[in-house]
Design a protein around this ligand. Structure first.
Ligand code: FAD
Ligand code: NAP
Length: 257
């Protein structure tokens, strides 16, 4: 297979800016592109000299959407995002035909509560997972935790609140709890400690009104690598096991850098 057979060339069809360093973009989707919610794509941008710079991006959109959506940080001088930041609607991006990643619910042992713990753009895969009917039908309780530094960095709040009135998912609205966290400002209605601290103090369980228990809780973690490490450590210390392809467990995680 030649290099060019490994990807398709897609077009940007929509951009949405959330904050000075955060935005989302939608791409046309090759009709044969398949993924499991929670997985990531590899996206490419052609450099000035013709080389391609590739980066992993968690898919935000639903498996059944006609487009592919992504949620991105802009890293000053980042090789990929400094170029991405300059693209406009109609510009081209490359998408590898393969999709990747094990941040998926299908490798879990059967459970009752799904806890999705995110920081920053780590929210992305959970928006996709929440657009899956199977997620709502499988779990008795679904908890989304989303931590940002400052409130202006929150994205997708309308989508998250919108699940309560969603045409397919509103019947499950009683199952859903959203826990926003803002760590560098005091904002009413949000928690202000980091996720591992909230786990250690029991404050997260208290806020949600539900206990964590490896018998019933299935945990997904995505975002800042140190957050992922510290949070995984807390769970493994409390009897949770990371899911493997050959051995289903209670825990799945994805570091974003
Ligand atoms: C499995 C996987 C999924 C990913 N999904 C996403 C996603 O959905 N959205 C997204 O924006 N990025 C995502 N990333 C990160 C992405 O691949 C790039 O690192 C990011 O686009 C920056 O690229 P860059 O070349 O500009 O900077 P890089 O040279 O890649 O990164 C430079 C530095 O920027 C910081 N950084 C990188 N990515 C992030 C981030 N997402 N949030 C905060 N700080 C960051 C880190 O300090 C990193 O060392 C993912 C990475 C992996 C491995
Ligand atoms: N104003 C700025 O200069 C600015 C703003 C945003 C981003 N950035 C740049 O963008 C990059 C990423 O920023 P980001 O805000 O998306 O990601 P981030 O630094 O990972 O912060 C997102 C959330 O994750 C939390 N977090 C960070 N480390 C953690 C850990 N070890 N355990 C638990 N929670 C943790 C943060 O809490 P804490 O607040 O406690 O760290 C915050 O609530 C940074 O490297 C930074 O250089 C700069």
């Amino acid at each position: 297979m030649s290099q060019a057979d490994k990807y398709t060339t897609e077009k940007i069809i929509e951009l949405q800016i959330w904050a000075s360093n955060l935005f989302s973009f939608k791409l046309t989707r090759f009709s044969g592109y398949r993924f499991v919610p929670g997985q990531f794509s590899r996206l490419g941008i052609k450099k000035e000299n013709g080389d391609i710079v590739w980066r992993a991006y968690s898919i935000v959109s639903a498996s059944y959407d006609e487009h592919l959506e992504f949620f991105s940080i802009v890293v000053p001088d980042g090789e990929f995002t400094s170029r991405l930041d300059k693209l406009k609607v109609g510009d081209e991006m490359l998408v590898e035909k393969m999709n990747y990643g094990s941040l998926i619910t299908t490798r879990f042992e059967q459970g009752k509560d799904l806890w999705m713990l995110s920081t920053g753009t780590g929210l992305a895969p959970f928006i996709s997972i929440l657009h899956e009917l199977d997620t709502w039908e499988t779990y008795e309780n679904i908890i989304l935790v989303y931590s940002v530094r400052e409130a202006k960095e929150f994205a997708y709040l309308d989508t998250i609140e919108g699940f309560k009135a969603h045409e397919y998912f509103s019947e499950f609205s009683e199952k859903f709890r959203f826990v926003p966290i803002v760590t560098r400002e005091k904002i009413p209605g949000t928690l202000s400690e980091r996720i591992p601290t909230l786990l250690e103090s029991g404050m997260l369980e208290q806020e949600v009104g539900l206990g964590l228990d490896p018998e019933r809780s299935r945990i997904m973690i995505c975002g800042n690598p140190e957050m992922c490490d510290d949070t995984r450590q807390w769970f493994t210390n409390h009897g949770y096991v990371v899911s493997r392809r050959s051995k289903p467990g209670h825990l799945a995680l994805e570091n974003l850098w």
